[in-house]
Write a protein that binds this ligand. Structure first.
Ligand code: INI
Length: 157
């Protein structure tokens, strides 16, 4: 039996091209998600000129943008960032559900990892906890996941 894994903490991003798609809805949160993602990418050796940050209006617009970028042949991974907060909307479930399903579909259709860095919380405070508060930093985690998946998929048959 074989086993294949990459060490998540030590993936070297040198030479990787990464797209970061960030939604403006709940911008106070999503700006921090994007900053954290870019901080980790650059800290792991990704050239800033190889990071393409794309803004979209809301989380619902993440999938079509991820699909475009993932199928371009010009990026190795797409990091999708957003914040869907239940208190703000009766259509929380539609926005969050379609974002999740669509981002996953973009990845499956293209074979390019598309990372789900969308916060889905009941309150703004819970979202804030996830941008460097009690619950970690989901932008940083999304970037680390992207690097791990690029490296992992490169090594698989
Ligand atoms: N988009 C979000 O990213 N987060 C939200 O909390 C949100 N709420 O509350 O409605 C939201 N709505 C906008 C949506 O993503 C689309 O931009 C809009 O429906 C146009 O397609």
């Amino acid at each position: 039996m074989g086993r294949y894994a990459v060490s998540p903490e030590s993936v070297d991003g040198t030479g990787m091209r990464i797209a970061v798609v960030v939604s403006r809805f709940n911008e106070a949160v999503t700006v921090s998600l994007a900053e954290g993602a870019c901080r980790v990418l650059e800290g792991r050796g990704v050239d800033p000129d190889s990071i393409l940050v794309v803004e979209v209006p809301g989380a619902f617009e993440l999938p079509v943008t991820a699909k475009r970028l993932a199928s371009s042949g010009q990026v190795d991974a797409v990091i999708c960032l957003g914040a869907v907060i239940r208190g703000d909307t009766p259509h929380f479930d539609y926005v969050a559900g379609e974002a999740a399903a669509g981002i996953n579909r973009a990845a499956l259709d293209t074979g390019v990892p598309c990372v789900f860095g969308v916060l889905t919380t009941d309150t703004l405070d819970q979202a804030r906890d996830r941008i460097g508060g009690a619950a970690g930093h989901k932008g940083e985690e999304a970037a680390a996941t992207a690097l791990e998946m690029v490296s992992l998929l490169r090594g698989l048959p």
